[in-house]
Design a protein. Structure first.
Length: 351
């Protein structure tokens, strides 16, 4: 008999607790352990029967969700799915939650909450099922100091750079926000080929994430816009809730940002990006798949390998969740398995 996933909900909204309890009680995949209005009450209840996955709000009395998330990941790492009314202004909060180890983020509106939760049942339950399979580890510390600043006009530097014939495509999910920071902050602007990235992240949060990375990296990092050229010293991150594909015109590469159905439960999807890179860049590309749940990117990396691209996967020891890299390795499409600290070396000088 299949083991049920034990779920606990922490949210100060009685409506949310009621609706989520009904969702999890009616689904045979789950064992609903209960709910609490804040983390203090939750800890008392959870200590008797620790959940496999915690569904967590951010704004709560006595202890906020981020403080609780940090406490849990330090003392007893557990898969956590954030379910919160995070607005655009709160996107930095969402990024911090992912940095602290949250597996996924479900954004809920401030009005029409009950209808939204009922309509989003599949997305929520899928997120919890995926989170239950994650092996949560202590996250590495960020690779930069708070005082680190790049003293150059990167926009001016970028405008003088020429188009590149080499492309690096990176796909990542859970644990990827810090992993990308570790990699991108080590890249010099003059020896880094154009980079295209899919990081699973909700809509509007990718812009804040890209701006944060841009402020601490020597290379330019920004959220991709339809028609952006891919050039040396630039990393483009696919916007949340849009797919990003690579196209080629002569010797120049550019990206298309398009809508479309979910692929492997995700939009943006790593597979969508990797497949387009295989078609447009072939052997002139390098594919890198890093920490994340599920198998998004594995099929696309197979196509990149078949097109002549060199392929790399992050190793299990340094992955927060060894799902996406593991699946790619299992399919036999990975040339090199590298620890996080070595991945930037495979990018520098490739272009």
């Amino acid at each position: 008999m299949k083991k049920k996933i034990k779920v606990f909900v922490i949210d100060d909204s009685a409506v949310v607790r009621q609706v989520l309890s009904e969702i999890f009680k009616e689904d045979s995949n789950f064992q609903f352990l209960g709910s609490a209005s804040d983390p203090i009450f939750a800890l008392d209840k959870m200590n008797n029967d620790w959940p496999d996955v915690i569904v967590l709000d951010i704004e709560m009395p006595r202890m906020d969700g981020l403080s609780f998330l940090k406490k849990i990941m330090t003392e007893r790492p557990t898969p956590v799915v954030i379910c919160s009314t995070l607005t655009t202004e709160g996107s930095e909060t969402a990024i911090l939650a992912m940095n602290l180890g949250a597996c996924d983020i479900i954004t809920k509106p401030k009005i029409g909450l009950k209808d939204f939760l009922n309509e989003s049942t599949i997305a929520l339950t899928d997120a919890v099922i995926a989170a239950a399979s994650a092996t949560i580890k202590h996250l590495p510390k960020p690779s930069h100091s708070n005082e680190f600043k790049i003293q150059l006009d990167k926009k001016q530097e970028l405008s003088s750079l020429q188009a590149t014939e080499k492309i690096v495509a990176i796909g990542t999910s859970t644990g990827g926000t810090i992993a990308l920071e570790h990699v991108l902050t080590k890249l010099p602007k003059d020896k880094t080929p154009g980079i295209v990235i899919v990081q699973h992240m909700p809509e509007k949060f990718t812009e804040a994430f890209a701006k944060r990375l841009d402020s601490i990296c020597e290379i330019v990092v920004r959220e991709a816009k339809h028609g952006d050229r891919v050039v040396k010293g630039l990393a483009l991150i696919a916007p949340g809730n849009k797919h990003m594909t690579l196209k080629r015109s002569g010797a120049q590469y550019f990206v298309e940002v398009v809508d479309g159905p979910l692929v492997n439960r995700h939009k943006p999807s790593v597979d969508v990006l990797f497949r387009s890179v295989a078609k447009s860049a072939g052997k002139n590309a390098r594919g890198i798949i890093m920490t994340g749940m599920g198998d998004d990117g594995a099929s696309g990396l197979v196509e990149m390998k078949e097109a002549g691209a060199e392929t790399i996967a992050q190793n299990e020891e340094t992955s927060v969740v060894f799902g996406m890299p593991k699946e790619a390795i299992k399919r036999g499409c990975v040339d090199h398995i590298l620890p996080l600290g070595e991945i930037h070396k495979s990018i520098v000088g490739f272009g």
